[in-house]
Ligand binder design. Structure first.
Ligand code: PLP
Length: 339
């Protein structure tokens, strides 16, 4: 496409040509529909607007050196959206249909897939909302699944660089047995005040502690957390964190590289023992952490003083990005080529 500086895109919305939609009515899902409008028309009493019946996903399509388009682990996103639906009583969207919708929307918007050299990608946003009208608190009887795409720039514009995060005990993004394990908008709403406060203080994100005892590490705003100590990849197990597909993939790659993976509750004191620490998620793959400031205890944990990421983070980052762009062999069958 002309007039687009592909390397200079932000993580923002750019209108593309088409989106794909599907309605659940009378107890069943209909056919996939293609729309060129980015407006949806819904009832003012729709449950997504009042009672938070809303779940979303985020994944990416990458253009390789070979010109082929690859989508990363979309079956995992499909299954996670089903788990989110069960968690807030919405109709589950079938996995095969989800994959078909993703293939369709990527193909239809082919001209928006950034070229390999730009380091940019096509962000894919599936959404599922309750659109049936209710006034009392109960699940809707009608749902809309839709998926749109928008090209996004590289997360690291000035190169792969660590950033600081902070701990603030006055905020939780999810309750101990709440909705932290599913990808619903409510968790994001609950994290906005703390997130803005952190950004104003110069931090990339809030590192949340477990909401019950504030003794263990949960996750980093909208990304999972891991630490590296010697030959070990250590990541929290918790009832209030989202199962990140990036983290799941990094765990596999860490094992492939001969690291020992520990997935267990991680006490806050352990932060002092890590050689490296990082956030991980679809947006950045890995965002290394330079320093964790515990703002309540007036304490800092420093992982990078020279502005460079740790070696293990860098190796994992290069490996996973390599698989996504088709530069590394896809030995685990994570990539779907869109033809
Ligand atoms: C989406 C999300 C992540 C990252 O998940 P990926 O599948 O790796 O993109 C992590 N934490 C939260 C709270 C999220 O919503």
């Amino acid at each position: 496409m002309e007039n687009v500086n592909w390397s200079d895109l932000s993580f923002g919305y750019m209108k593309t040509d088409y989106n794909v939609r599907c309605y659940f009515r009378d107890g069943k899902w209909g056919e996939l529909e293609v729309s060129s409008s980015d407006i949806i028309n819904i009832h003012m009493a729709a449950t997504c607007l009042h009672y938070g019946q809303e779940a979303f996903e985020g994944l990416k399509a990458f253009r390789g050196k070979d010109g082929k388009t690859r989508v990363f682990r979309m079956d995992e996103n499909a299954k996670r959206m089903q788990a989110s639906s069960r968690g807030i009583m919405m109709a589950e969207f079938p996995v095969e249909k989800f994959e078909e919708a993703v293939r369709k929307v990527v193909k239809l918007n082919e001209r928006f897939i950034p070229p390999y050299e730009s380091g940019s990608s096509l962000y894919i946003r599936p959404l599922l909302i309750g659109i049936g009208a209710q006034v009392g608190v109960k699940p809707a009887d009608e749902y809309l699944f839709l998926v749109f795409v928008t090209p996004v720039g590289p997360y690291f514009k000035g190169g792969f660089k660590p950033a600081p995060v902070c701990i603030m005990r006055d905020y939780d993004r999810a309750a101990p047995h709440g909705t932290g394990t599913i990808k619903v908008g409510g968790n994001y709403a609950a994290s906005m005040v703390a997130g803005e406060k952190a950004h104003k203080g110069g931090y990339a994100a809030v590192l949340y502690l477990d909401p019950r005892e504030k003794k263990y590490i949960d996750e980093c705003g909208p990304a999972n957390f891991f630490g590296i100590r010697g030959n070990n990849y250590i990541t929290p197990a918790s009832h209030s964190i989202l199962p990140s597909i990036t983290n799941k993939s990094l765990i596999q790659l860490a094992q492939d590289m001969g690291l020992t993976v520990e997935r267990r509750p991680v006490p806050i004191e352990e932060l002092a023992t890590f050689d490296e620490a990082a956030e991980c998620g679809t947006a950045a793959v890995i965002a290394p952490i330079s320093r964790i400031d515990d703002l309540d205890e007036n304490k800092s944990y420093v992982y990078s003083k020279d502005g460079k990421p740790g070696q293990v983070c860098e190796r994992l980052y290069n490996k996973l990005r390599g698989i996504q762009y088709g530069d590394e062999p896809d030995v685990h069958n994570w990539v779907s080529i869109i033809e």
